[in-house]
Structures are given as structure tokens and as C-alpha cells.
Design a protein around this ligand. Structure first.
Ligand code: ASP
Length: 620
């Protein structure tokens, strides 16, 4: 009689010594198979773990005969009795104290030999694993991540639910929302020539929820951004999206801190200290050269413009004369300055040239006969200002100084790069494991020198600080935004803002961004309309769930925490999406491919055809 596989008694991670003697029914996949002098041992795997099943030819000849035919990844059902393993305990398995003596086994589905080994030590390359993701998913390490992801998402939902937030869905076929990336477009068949955009975020919908009286909203939602995938990005990703009415910055930040604390509790079992510290954008740039500082390390930057302006070193005086700055990064002896070699400093200088720095002057502080002196590098040029320079930089004997001179933004960028690399090269130990902090007071706008216009630092719906509103038309670069970013160990993990809820202010901001009334009407008419009808003050935030799971799971890539990720080329190796569509489909949509695109597609199809023919010929 067939084993009723729908009536399993346990999962494969469950059985313990106290279950000894029980009759159990298990299902799963053969993770490994061993034939030890007649006894057949099978590791049976399911989502929850592994249980060893033993088949004895003496006591259960029928089951044993079938068990001998099993191979890895066969899908089976087993009935048997739990027995203690005695001296053969496997301490690496939670079920390692027991085994199941198989009395009966059913082969539910035979597996072909798999293209790679299904275990956590597999050496298979990622493309192959993603192509056969359904096999890859069977690996315990991936199951663990999927479980963690589920637990985190649940903690987030439970938290927001308890705080009175509603999860409300927003459309996927929609209109462009500017978040700074390219849109994924979906052609409309019914309105040929018109396109939906997949949401880069539900930004405007959540603002309209607030205007619509929904009060508090939190959604775990898929967003789409067509970006070049140099860094670890995914074209579709999951965001925890939040909006609250009648709030100030503090309220949103407090709500988020509670949510983040919940995520740490489920993922790491720790209580992160609250409230998270805050740093202003300008302080962060001054001290770390970046708006998402990793404050677990020292190596801070100091402004030394005033001290060096007249020291006679041309690199510095040129920078100062053209309105720039001179900053230095101090590596103290306690931070491994004594391990800095010429090779390291030269290597770093070369690297910096690669990102547009002219070079990177370096020197070292030593104690000389008359007090502090500089030695090596640019020592002789800065010697005249040694004392004040060291004072300003907080440097003492043995410390190294790395300089950056030029435009403020460039100097910050270069010294941030140097800082990051020095932390790596010197293998500095972080002061804590998790450094959570808020960066606030971002500038509203960034000037783009190439396009000669302002861009929003966050997005165009972000409110200016009340005391800066009047500066909107006079000194836009001085306007600070009611925006906040949550940073974890130097990575931006969430970003949000209080929104503009006054129509006139929104109009002014659009104008400043070069968005004409006409364009605003086409793109944001519904928002402008909504702002006429008693919009409450409101604000919110969004954080990338994938990145949180990645960090909390200790994984290196977003692809490790997404069930079916895209590759760096934005394709899905499993389904081979995106793919071509038929001429009929294109015709229906009123779309004609450009001749050069069509030619390329035809070429590709022909070469695929040839490969098939060749394979066919070889087979014959
Ligand atoms: N919509 C923003 C984003 O996706 C977040 C926010 O302002 O709430 O980055």
C-alpha cells in the first residue's frame, strides 16, 4: 500500500532522542545515499532539516531493496521507527541523536542527476545555480535566508499593525514617479502609443493616502528601477514603504526606530540602543567626506584650509585661491599608522588618481629636536606650518596626514575613498558591530554642473525646513530639507522626508527644478489637485527590505536573499526573461522595432538556430 505522503507526522528537522520508539512518516528529498556493508543510509532533507533513515536488509528486505535504487534528489516518502543512534551521534545535526529505521519507502518522483551538488558546500557558479534556482533553493543555507526574510517581514508587519498602520496596496501599472532612476515601461494595447510606468516607489500614492484620510500606511511593496547594475542593485526590489499624517520628522524617525529594533530582535536576538544618534549632513561631510558615514572607525577628516593657505605649497595655495578647501585625514599610531608603508601610500595615491584626484600629498609627524616635525612625502612644503597644522588636525608623533585640496565636494569624495581603503588596508577593527545613525538636514537641491540645473537631493515632494522656506527663491543652495536617511555601518538603509503639503510651495519647488507648469500638469496634475483640498502635514520613509535581510543574514549580495533574482545584466537566468515577443503582439501594441534593433534580434536568433543545428548534427 502506498505511503500517504500527505499525512507526514514530522518534518525532517524535528525528531529528537525523546521521540525514540515512535513510528513516524517523513517525506522529502534524498540529500545523500550511502551503502555500508548492506545497510543503506539515506539523509532525508526537507525545508526544516535532515533526518537519517537506515534500511536493514535483514529486518526490512522489501524497503531495503527499493532504498538501494534511490539516488540523490529523488523525492520519497518513508515510514519507520525512531531509534537512538547510540555511539554514532552526529553533533552537527539537530536530529543527530536519532535515526529512523525505515520499514517502508515510496519513490514519489525520480530525479535526474543534478547539474550541481545540492549542499551548502557546492562550488557551482552562480549563473548555473540561478538557472536551476529550483534546485538551489533546496540548499539549507538558502532555506535559512528565506525563513529569515519571512520572519523579518512578519516582524515589520506586526510592528506597524500594532502601531495602527494600515497595509494598503498601490498600483503596479502606473505613472512615472521621479526617484532618480529610469522607468520600466509597459505599453498599453488599448491606448496604443501610451505607456504605463512601473512604480519606482509608491511615493505619490502614499501621499494621497494621507490626503485621503488613511492616517498611517505601511506596505511591503515591490518597486522597479531601470538602473545600470554596476553595483549590487536589482531592477525589482522590495521596499518597506511608510507614510504618516500629522507628523514631524521626530515622529517618523521614532516609528522607524521601533521597526528596526524589531528586525534586529528577530534576526539577531539583540536590542539595539535607541534613540539612534543623529548627525547633520554638513557635519557628516566635514568629518567623513560622505553623507552616510561609517562611524565605527576613526580616521576623521579635518579642515586645515586656514592653516595652510599661506604655507607656500602651490597645490594648497592654488586650491585656496580658487575658492576650494584643504582637508586632511589623520591616521593615528593607535590606528595602525606604524603599519603604513611607502608602497601603501603610493598605491593609494595611484588609486585616487583613478577617481579624478590630482594626487594625494602625504606626510608623517615625528618629534624633532625643536618639537614636532614632518618627515617624508610633502614634509618640506608644509614644515613651516607644522605646529598649527598638527594642532588643527589633532595629530601627534607617529601619525600620518593625507591631504586633499580642491573643490569641497571633490576633496570629500577623494578623502572618503582614502578613508575607506585605509580602513580595509589596515584591517581596522570596528568599535561596535552595528552602527545605526540618522543623517539629517540634507540640502534640498544639488546643482548639476553639466546640465546647469538643480536636482532634488531626495525627491521633488520633500519639504524645506520652515526657517528656510523664504530662501527658496533667493538662495536655493542654502535651503535645507526636512529629510532624513538611516545609515547602518556606512550604508544607506532608509530614506524619507516630511512632504510639501502646500500647493504654492510645491509649485515653487517644481519651478526651481526646471519643471514647467505644463510639465507639472502632465506629470503631477493629480497631486496638484489633491493639494487643493486640505492636505494634512505628512511625511514618511522607505527602506529596502532586501538590503536589510542581506545585512542581517550576513550575506554579500542581494541575489543571495531574493528567491528569483536578476543578474547584473538585469536578466533572469531561470526564465530567460526578458525575451522577444511576436510581431503580432507588437502590432497590437502599435510598436515597431527600430531597424537596427530588429537586425540585431534576427542575428541573435540565427546564431541560436545554428547552435541548435550543430548540436543536432553532433548527436547524429
Ligand atoms: N519614496 C522614497 C524612496 O523610495 C522614500 C520616501 O521618501 O518615503 O526612496
Amino acid at each position: 500500500m502506498a505511503i500517504p505522503y500527505n499525512k507526514r507526522t514530522h518534518r525532517n528537522g524535528e525528531l529528537r532522542a525523546e521521540n525514540a520508539g515512535q513510528t513516524v512518516r517523513l517525506v522529502g528529498w534524498v540529500a545523500s545515499y550511502r551503502d555500508h556493508g548492506g545497510m543503506v543510509f539515506i539523509d532525508l532533507r526537507d525545508r526544516e532539516g535532515i533526518t537519517q533513515v537506515k534500511f536493514n536488509p535483514e529486518t526490512d528486505p522489501q524497503a531495503h531493496a527499493l532504498a538501494r535504487t534511490l539516488r540523490n534528489e529523488d523525492c520519497i516518502a518513508v515510514e519507520g521507527q525512531v531509534a537512538l543512534r547510540g555511539t554514532n551521534i552526529n553533533p552537527k545535526l539537530p536530529t543527530g541523536e536519532i535515526e529512523v529505521e525505515g520499514r517502508a519507502v515510496d519513490l514519489l518522483s525520480k530525479s535526474d542527476p543534478t547539474p550541481f551538488e545540492i549542499d551548502d558546500f557546492t562550488k557551482a557558479n552562480e549563473d548555473l545555480r540561478l538557472q536551476y534556482r529550483f534546485l538551489d533553493l533546496r540548499r539549507p543555507a538558502i532555506q535559512k535566508v528565506l525563513r529569515l526574510r519571512h520572519d523579518i517581514a512578519k516582524a515589520v508587519r506586526d510592528y506597524f499593525d500594532a502601531q495602527g498602520f494600515l497595509e494598503i496596496e498601490t498600483p503596479v501599472l502606473t505613472k512615472s514617479t521621479p526617484e532618480g532612476a529610469r522607468d520600466y515601461l509597459v505599453p498599453s494595447r488599448v491606448q496604443p502609443g501610451s505607456f504605463f510606468a512601473l512604480p519606482q516607489s509608491p511615493q505619490l500614492f502614499k501621499q494621497l493616502f494621507m490626503i485621503g484620510g488613511c492616517d498611517r500606511y505601511a506596505q511591503i511593496v515591490r518597486c522597479f528601477r531601470d538602473e545600470d547594475l554596476r553595483a549590487d542593485r536589482q531592477p525589482e526590489f522590495t521596499q518597506i514603504d511608510v507614510e504618516m499624517a500629522f507628523v514631524q520628522m521626530e515622529d517618523v524617525m521614532e516609528a522607524v526606530e521601533g521597526c528596526v529594533a524589531g528586525m534586529f530582535r528577530v534576526a539577531k536576538g539583540i536590542d539595539v540602543p535607541r534613540p539612534f544618534p543623529r548627525i547633520s549632513y554638513s557635519e557628516s561631510m566635514d568629518r567623513f567626506g560622505i553623507d552616510r558615514p561609517d562611524m565605527r572607525f576613526g580616521l576623521e577628516l579635518r579642515d586645515v584650509t586656514d592653516v595652510v593657505r599661506d604655507c607656500g605649497f602651490q597645490v594648497f595655495s592654488n586650491a585656496v585661491q580658487s575658492g576650494g578647501v584643504v582637508k586632511c585625514l589623520v591616521v593615528k599610531t593607535s590606528e595602525g599608522a606604524d603599519r603604513l608603508t611607502r608602497k601603501i601610500t603610493d598605491g593609494l595615491t595611484e588609486e585616487l588618481k583613478g577617481i579624478g584626484a590630482g594626487g594625494m600629498p602625504v606626510t608623517k609627524v615625528v618629534s624633532g629636536t625643536n618639537g614636532l616635525e614632518f618627515s617624508t612625502g610633502v614634509a618640506k612644503f608644509v614644515q613651516p606650518v607644522c605646529e598649527p597644522l598638527c594642532r588643527q588636525a589633532g595629530a601627534g608623533p607617529g601619525d600620518f596626514l593625507f591631504f586633499g585640496a580642491g573643490k569641497y565636494g571633490d576633496v570629500c569624495k577623494h578623502l572618503h575613498h582614502a578613508r575607506t581603503r585605509l580602513i580595509e588596508i589596515l584591517e581596522l577593527k570596528p568599535s561596535t558591530e552595528w552602527n545605526l545613525l540618522w543623517v539629517v538636514d540634507f540640502p534640498m537641491f544639488e546643482w548639476d554642473d553639466t546640465e546647469k540645473r538643480y536636482f532634488s537631493t531626495h525627491h521633488p515632494f520633500t519639504a524645506p525646513r520652515d526657517e528656510d522656506v523664504d530662501r527658496l527663491s533667493t538662495e536655493p543652495d542654502k535651503v535645507r530639507a526636512k529629510a532624513y536617511d538611516l545609515v547602518l555601518n556606512g550604508t544607506e538603509m532608509a530614506g524619507g522626508s516630511i512632504r510639501i503639503h502646500r500647493r504654492d510651495v510645491q509649485q515653487t519647488v517644481f519651478k526651481l527644478l526646471g519643471i514647467s507648469e505644463e510639465e507639472a500638469k502632465i506629470k503631477f496634475q493629480f497631486l496638484m489637485e489633491a493639494l487643493r483640498f486640505g492636505a494634512p502635514p505628512h511625511g514618511g520613509i522607505a527602506f529596502g527590505l532586501d538590503r536589510w535581510v542581506m545585512l542581517l543574514a550576513g550575506k554579500e549580495s542581494l541575489r543571495d536573499v531574493i528567491a528569483y533574482p536578476k543578474t547584473q545584466r538585469a536578466v533572469c537566468p531561470l526564465t530567460e526573461a526578458p525575451g522577444p515577443v511576436s510581431d503580432d503582439q507588437l502590432r497590437e501594441l502599435g510598436i515597431d522595432l527600430r531597424p537596427e534593433v530588429r537586425a540585431r534580434l534576427e542575428e541573435k536568433a540565427a546564431s541560436a538556430q545554428q547552435t541548435v543545428h550543430r548540436a543536432h548534427d553532433e548527436e547524429q
